[in-house]
Design a binder for this molecule. Structure first.
Ligand code: NAD
Length: 415
């Protein structure tokens, strides 16, 4: 227990009490009186993460919450029941018991677990709080289904990208892991090594890696590929990305495109028109053809990812090249099949869909930090006052009292 505890220095501190203390007492609120926090085993096939790790349990218990964990929930991430128990969690004898908690914490609520997630709907009840990832803008129907059960639903994807919410930002945590893993996948698939080596058997030239999209995942991919010794280039439509790419020792690929309007609210990219993407593809054709590895991460929040790599571009890549397409929602390469690895001529195209689950221990550790920071923000004295004047609460609250209440999710549903 001591050894694992030392692996999680992040959770040695307890931000919860601090946050609770500084709450204003005069806000308008509706109190929901629930004291139990439930954690269930994730049911999406291949999902190895767990929403809480043992190290965060003591801080939750200290604030008066009882933590109930389904038996085996943390096993695939490297957190056995005994460790949860030793930190003060109760191990539930059945899934139903953990699902009955007043506040249910999940990595993947229904929208992110469209088939297996449906089985839990019957166990949910009015007023229960559900916090997890649920893709409410991409899969608003699932949010509507959850709303029908009467739960109070918070979507982690909607955490606003503001400074005080940074430690709740699950998208950034998971993108960091995805960027790291994408490079490892490319390195083990490519028939070349990444570093340059001068040996008695001759000189090995370094692999050339091109990263499309230099957001959180892309920047981590650049750093990882550089650590492995590759020569790295990158491109992003947001002008601010250039300096970040260069600061990691990669080359920023210049393209004569009008990107003045490419950055929108919260530092995200804005969707551009098809004429822009057509021109971008044209300009990228030569760059793609010069690289052994292309890792694509370009995304627009809540929308289908732009197609930036065409079949023709793939056909011009060197034999043995690898594309790892981690852009969510369709991918950036027109040939990508999400969840599959395919061969197009001599090029291998990988479309992994859940890279953070391949690093389940650290992914769960980061996720747990994010979700407990949000929980600490939302809970006061073991209750959930819904302070709608608070930006974080307002932006993440998707459903309550049987209704989808988030304006953007309502718009996505045509309401
Ligand atoms: P994302 O996953 O939505 O997109 C990934 C990247 O793809 C982005 O950098 C985007 O600009 C890029 N992209 C979109 N269309 C493209 C195209 N046609 N060609 C090339 N690249 C394209 O974004 P993300 O990684 O989650 O975040 C993007 C930025 O948001 C970060 O770099 C950062 O500046 C900002 N951010 C702010 C906070 C905060 O303030 N708390 C937290 C995280 C991120």
């Amino acid at each position: 227990m001591r050894v694992l505890g030392s692996l999680h220095p992040l959770f040695g501190r307890t931000p919860i009490c601090h946050n609770l203390d500084r709450r204003k007492s005069n806000m308008h609120h509706e109190a929901l009186n629930y004291m139990e926090v439930g954690v269930v085993r994730e049911t999406l096939p291949g999902e190895r993460r767990v929403a809480l790790v043992p190290a965060v349990v003591p801080a939750l218990v200290k604030t008066g919450l009882e933590v109930v964990v389904e038996a085996g929930a943390g096993a695939a991430a490297g957190f056995p029941d005994e460790l949860f128990r030793s930190r003060g969690a109760k191990i539930a004898s059945s899934r139903a018991e953990a699902l009955a908690a007043g506040a249910l914490l999940q990595v993947r609520a229904l929208g992110c677990n469209p088939e297996a997630g449906r089985a839990d709907l019957v166990a949910l009840r009015p007023g229960q709080v559900v916090i997890g990832m649920c893709e409410p803008l991409w899969n608003p129907q699932a949010a509507a289904e959850l709303a029908k059960t009467g739960v109070t639903l918070f979507a982690l994807e909607l955490i606003p990208r503001i400074t005080r919410a940074q430690s709740m930002d699950v998208l950034s945590s998971m993108a960091t892991l995805a960027g790291y893993r994408s490079v490892l996948l490319a390195a083990t698939t490519l028939g070349k090594m990444f570093p340059m080596l001068t040996t008695a058997a001759g000189t090995v030239t370094p692999a050339k890696v091109f990263i499309v999209g230099a957001g959180v995942a892309g920047l981590q991919a650049i750093a990882t590929a550089r650590r492995l010794g590759a020569v790295v280039s990158a491109y992003d439509v947001r002008p601010a990305a250039k300096e970040q790419v260069q600061s990691l020792g990669a080359k920023f690929v210049e393209m004569p495109l009008d990107t003045a309007a490419a950055e929108g609210k919260g530092g995200y990219a804005q969707a551009m028109d098809e004429e822009f993407y057509g021109r971008q593809r044209e300009l990228m054709t030569r760059v793609v053809a010069e690289h052994d590895v292309v890792i694509t991460t370009a995304a627009i929040p809540g929308q289908k990812a732009p197609v930036l790599i065409t079949r023709e571009m793939v056909d011009h890549m060197p034999p043995g090249s690898v594309i790892v397409d981690i852009a969510e929602r369709g991918g950036n390469c027109e040939l990508t099949r999400p969840g599959e690895t395919l061969q197009q001529g001599n090029v291998t195209i990988l479309g992994p869909t859940n890279l953070p689950a391949d690093v389940p221990l650290h992914a769960s550790q980061m996720f747990a930090k994010n979700i407990t920071t949000l929980l600490a923000h939302l809970v006061r004295d073991g209750k959930f006052p819904l302070d709608m004047t608070d930006e974080i609460t307002r932006e993440t609250l998707v459903a309550r009292d049987g209704q989808v209440v988030h304006p953007r999710v309502r718009a996505a549903l045509g309401l």
